[in-house]
Design a protein around this ligand. Structure first.
Ligand code: ZN
Length: 181
């Protein structure tokens, strides 16, 4: 692994979780726990960092808690974010994340840490859906439509080829938790 260019003091701050810089915007990440799953949410753009060990908990987490996380993400503004460059890991800025999925129209991107398997997820359209549809049934339908597009996307096929089954399943597990099974 490459050595972090950050001074020890800064590294200490990262490791103790006082703050992590958002990889997407100029916001900082705040730790929240939803149904036993602890994630870091950006208080500026609503994007979320899922640590690899937290991703493993989705199997046991409840469907409603995915909706709860979306409600949190919807509190922030994700419009007009820059998707041009690749993101750096908020845990270690010397690591560049691998872009696994990007939908320009929906402004949603999924990026994966090539070392730990942790995932960054933009709020984008996911968060907007939460505000657009007042009824839970309509919201669920909208999320499921997105899930279908996501599963059929060329990026998922590419991920299967490059990352193998385990990595693809981890991202699919994340979406199943968010959208419901
Ligand atoms: Zn942000």
């Amino acid at each position: 692994m490459m050595k972090s260019p950050y001074p020890e003091a800064r590294k200490y701050v990262f490791e103790w979780g006082f703050f992590m810089q958002c990889p997407r915007s100029d916001g900082t990440l705040k730790e929240v726990t939803v149904d036993g799953v602890t994630v870091d949410i950006c208080e500026s753009c609503g994007g979320v960092w899922f640590d690899a060990q937290e991703l493993a908990k989705f199997d046991e987490a409840h469907e409603e808690s995915g909706q709860e996380l979306l409600a949190l993400m919807a509190q922030y503004h994700s419009d007009g974010l820059d998707h041009a460059g690749l993101l750096k890991s908020p845990k270690d800025p010397s690591v560049t994340l691998v872009r696994r999925y990007y939908s320009p129209k929906e402004e949603i991107e999924i990026d994966e840490c090539p070392i730990t398997g942790s995932i960054w997820l933009d709020a984008g359209e996911l968060a907007k859906i939460h505000d657009l549809f007042p009824s839970q049934e309509d919201r669920k339908r909208a999320y499921r439509d997105f899930a279908v597009r996501f599963k059929r996307s060329a990026d998922i096929e590419k991920m299967k080829r490059e990352g193998g089954r385990g990595k693809t399943e981890r991202v699919m597990g994340l979406f199943e938790w968010i959208f419901g099974r």
